[in-house]
Design a protein. Structure first.
Length: 208
């Protein structure tokens, strides 16, 4: 039996009270603003965030059609320190490289806004897992949603899996798992192969 008297309820329930945090009114940060970052920001905009900020190593590139997207009016650049200290929710949308490996570490988690929600759909190595555990333990990180982890997959007895209940959402690296996306990926591979055999520039690379 769970009592909700302290929460303003006058009754008891056998149900577990599960509360989340809405995006509306929050400061939402995007680390990286390439194709995935922009696509994520476009979708988040529909949930009426209070502010949208981003930090990127490179100046974002926008197509002419992008200028009419309403989310761009809300999206503002920030230094990394401002980004960490201001964001209520952080979406990691950058690639994994020497400069982003363990970018979220014990020092980084000391700077983030207390209770921040961290969403990593990029690469597991961007987040130092041991530091994340400490940040979850002390409440500096309020919760995480991870499509990627380090190591990957996490062992079933790993603290991230067992210790934090609904503060952690885990997915088995299946962010691209739709029939349409996988078909498109296969066609891109064929286009790359044909271009390579003909000595032409590859239409799909890590650089575009």
């Amino acid at each position: 039996m769970v009592s909700f008297v302290d929460a303003g309820y006058s009754h008891c329930s056998t149900a577990i009270l599960i509360l989340g945090s809405q995006i509306s009114g929050k400061v939402v940060g995007f680390l990286g603003l390439g194709r995935i970052g922009k696509a994520t920001a476009k979708r988040v905009y529909g949930f009426n965030p209070g502010e949208m900020i981003y930090h990127s190593r490179h100046e974002p590139k926008f197509d002419p059609s992008d200028v009419h997207e309403p989310y761009l009016k809300l999206l503002k650049p920030a230094t990394f320190e401002e980004f960490l200290a201001s964001s209520d929710i952080i979406f990691i949308c950058t690639d994994l490289n020497p400069s982003t490996y363990h970018l979220f570490n014990s020092d980084t988690f000391k700077v983030v806004k207390r209770g921040v929600i961290l969403v990593n759909t990029a690469r597991g190595g961007i987040v130092d897992t041991k530091a994340l555990i400490s940040a979850l333990d002390n409440g500096q990180v309020g919760g995480v949603a991870l499509d990627v982890t380090e190591p990957e997959p996490l062992p079933s007895n790993h603290p991230i899996v067992t210790n934090y209940g609904n503060r952690v959402i885990l997915a088995p690296h299946l962010g691209s798992s739709t029939q349409e996306t996988r078909d498109a990926m296969g066609l891109l591979a064929i286009d790359n192969l044909e271009a390579g055999l003909l000595g032409q520039p590859l239409p799909a690379t890590m650089l575009n």
